[in-house]
Write a protein that binds this ligand. Structure first.
Ligand SMILES: C[S@@+](CC[C@H](N)C(=O)[O-])C[C@H]1O[C@@H](n2cnc3c(N)ncnc32)[C@H](O)[C@@H]1O
Length: 551
């Protein structure tokens, strides 16, 4: 039932109802009435515009990414018309109404975009998690927004047999847990997940780079993870503190006897809610972490009476750091689970060893790291296949370097390497990792600071012999960084990103700046290649690698 259908009869009844007195004649003249009406229209328009402005999502945010997919599905003209006539917030669905819809596509965030197939229904999209194109889904609307509603998944009424195979679902919390943003994909064959993610890269460059199609290379197939389950080397389950009215002494007696209070849930958030539910396992986490979960959770139960606030647990898989590392011998490797935020974690990436403090950043899928780092390395080297080519880059700058992942794994191909990173802990470990991997101190230097500060310290790096790796957090690079990169002009830029939308924006800015500046003379950046890596199978995330070259 549409909102207007639901409200119209009520309005008519009250207007025509028995006992309704005729209105006294208005003391206002015709002109005054017109002016009053015009004012009311202006007020309503201002209110609507304020509401609209309040609904404009931040560029590149998940809401903005979803909005672009919604516009694409509805058609720009339909959206423009609705905005023009002010009907873009008039949802055909009541709050909490349960509806059955056809899923038309999947957004880059991994949610199904569904529509009503009823004849004459309003052009409107309902965003539903856990479903796939071609499914008929039942859902409950919980929020109405511009030209779309958000809904909770209830059930699949009619699956699309070509895409859905529920036997593939390995997680018993699937369709409840919000931990994986792209859980719909657990039902897809893995190749199809990779294809979905390639399409996310395609759409990101179309929507956010502002580059002509001719400057964007064919996006290569997404490289899959060797492990599609059991790959996550870090998980962070959480729990809430005891409710305020709980008798702590009674609680202590209860939990010390090993009994878990009913209100205590330790796990992840329910999809779309700020509410934790209990988990016994997480199939995308490594077996070592899953093995450690029961004891860690039991410790929380036994000490829950001591907590004033809720908390987040950290579980990281690590090589046993009580044993001296041997870079060349993996036979004595033993994996353990680390839960102390301040402890050192150790991992192998190909032939290299890395250590870092447990609470700091490190990529969470160890299985795919050798192919990711090799790909970045080979993409750069293959631009200069002749080792004697005098124009071959010799210097490497790793910006946002963390504990040195790219600086160290790419170092065999460069004579001089510098890295910069904002986290003091990560920089300490990057220096330590250079030693751990026997890299000569005069070859490699790391400094703590904002990424843009690197340009102050690399004045001796010849720009036309320098490769710059950029691997920023999700928000991408800031303007001062891009400005200085454009002044420095490294010969090659390898931009690695966990947010392909901000990457597309930044790459677009870099390419356009040099294209507009040279207009026929001088050098400009070109996008040599673009490819996604599936660091997070079963989720909507895709890591994207863009290689840029100054030509
Ligand atoms: C996506 S991680 C990449 C780290 C590293 N490249 C890796 O793969 O292990 C981004 C890193 O940027 C760092 N970071 C965030 N803002 C920064 C800034 N303004 N300048 C330098 N580093 C920053 C974070 O601490 C984090 O280590």
């Amino acid at each position: 039932m549409s909102l207007s259908e639901a409200t119209e009869p009520a309005t008519k009844l009250s207007e025509k109802g028995p006992g309704k007195r005729p209105r006294p004649p208005s003391p206002l003249s015709k002109e005054e009435k017109q002016a009053k009406r015009a004012k009311a229209v202006a007020r309503a328009t201002a209110k609507r515009l304020k509401k609209q402005r309040g609904h404009i999502p931040e560029a590149c945010s998940p809401e903005d990414v979803r909005w672009k997919d919604i516009v694409n599905l509805l058609g720009q003209e339909v959206v423009d018309n609705a905005i023009e006539n002010g009907s873009e917030f008039d949802s055909p669905f009541l709050f909490k109404s349960e509806v059955e819809l056809e899923v038309k596509s999947v957004s880059s965030n991994g949610e199904g975009l569904a529509q009503s197939d009823e004849e004459g229904s309003k052009a409107w999209v309902v965003v539903v998690p856990f479903c796939l194109p071609g499914d008929r889904v039942k859902c409950r609307v919980f929020k109405n927004d511009r030209m779309h509603s958000l809904a909770d998944f209830i059930q699949i009424i009619r699956p699309n047999p070509e895409l859905r195979d529920d036997k593939r679902v390995k997680c018993k919390y699937f369709s409840k847990c919000g931990g994986c943003q792209y859980q719909a994909s657990t039902m897809l064959s893995y190749e199809m997940q990779l294809d979905f993610k390639r399409n996310v890269v395609v759409k990101a460059y179309k929507n956010y780079s502002d580059l002509p199609d001719s400057t964007i290379p064919e996006i290569q197939p997404t490289i899959g993870s060797p492990l599609q389950y059991g790959y996550r080397t870090k998980i962070t389950p959480h729990f809430q503190a005891p409710p305020p009215k709980v008798d702590r002494t009674a609680l202590q007696a209860q939990v010390e006897s090993g009994e878990k209070p009913d209100w205590l849930q330790i796990g992840f958030n329910i999809q779309g809610q700020n509410k934790v539910f209990d988990i016994e396992e997480c199939p995308i986490a490594t077996p070592v972490l899953n093995h450690a979960l029961p004891e860690i959770f039991q410790n929380v139960v036994k000490t829950i009476h001591t907590y004033k606030r809720g908390a987040t647990l950290l579980l990281r898989e690590s090589l046993d750091t009580s044993v001296d590392p041997d870079p060349n011998d993996t036979s004595k490797d033993k994996q353990v689970c680390i839960t102390n935020n301040h402890a050192s974690v150790r991992e192998r990436v190909g032939d290299f060893l890395f250590e870092y403090v447990a609470s700091s950043f490190f990529q969470n899928n160890n299985a795919i790291l050798p192919s990711l780092t090799s790909y970045v390395r080979e993409s750069i080297v293959s631009l200069y296949p002749d080792p004697n080519d005098p124009s071959r880059p010799t210097h490497l700058i790793d910006t946002y370097c963390g504990s040195g992942l790219f600086a160290i794994t790419l170092s065999p191909d460069f004579s001089t390497v510098a890295g910069i990173e904002i986290s003091a802990d990560s920089i300490l470990y990057a220096k330590h990792n250079a030693k751990l991997n026997n890299i000569a101190p005069e070859k490699m230097s790391f400094r703590k600071g904002d990424a843009a500060e690197i340009f102050k310290t690399v004045s001796d790096f010849p720009p036309d012999k320098t490769v710059m790796v950029i691997d920023p957090p999700r928000k991408g690079c800031d303007d001062p960084f891009i400005k200085q990169l454009l002044e420095f002009r490294p010969k090659v830029v390898a931009y690695v990103s966990c947010n392909v939308h901000t990457q597309a924006r930044d790459v677009g800015n870099i390419l356009r700046a040099t294209r507009d500046a040279v207009e026929g003379e001088g050098k400009k950046y070109v996008l040599e290649s673009l490819r996604g890596f599936d660091l997070f199978p079963q989720t909507a995330h895709v890591e994207s690698v863009a290689i840029l070259r100054l030509v």
